[in-house]
Design a protein. Structure first.
Ligand code: GLY
Length: 126
């Protein structure tokens, strides 16, 4: 598998872990010092894993959720890769009707000892 395919595959597995609430799978893909900007952080740069674990520790809603990566662009720069795409999230609203949310995501990966680790991301609603 090419580096580009590996990074796209890692990105898809990351989103699958988030949708499934699978902390172990998520943590395995991330560098412990990961940084991010995301709506939940209210404009602050968050560093480390505990902020993210909070959401995985919440009780499951029990409703299905599925993310798709739309029109990804991958840029490789040595052992670093930047992946940009729109993430489509299918889920149920409060009335149980299916809805789709869209997020702009930029995710940065670094190859560490032969494995791609997630080191930074920026997530904004479209
Ligand atoms: N909120 C966790 C993530 O998007 O990676």
């Amino acid at each position: 598998m090419s580096d580009q395919s590996q990074v796209l595959d890692a990105s898809a597995r990351l989103l699958k872990a988030i949708d499934a609430g699978d902390w172990d799978a998520y943590a395995k893909l991330c560098d412990p010092g990961i940084t991010c900007f995301e709506p939940e952080a209210r404009g602050n740069l968050v560093a480390g894993m505990p902020f993210h674990k909070y959401y995985f520790d919440l009780p499951s809603s029990g409703t299905p959720r599925q993310s798709s990566i739309a029109t990804p662009v991958v840029r490789l720069m040595g052992d670093v890769a930047v992946v940009c795409y729109v993430r489509l999230v299918q889920k149920l609203d409060a009335q149980g009707q299916p809805v789709t949310a869209a997020m702009e995501e930029t995710r940065v990966w670094q190859k560490q000892s032969g494995e791609w680790k997630h080191v930074h991301f920026h997530r904004s609603p479209c």
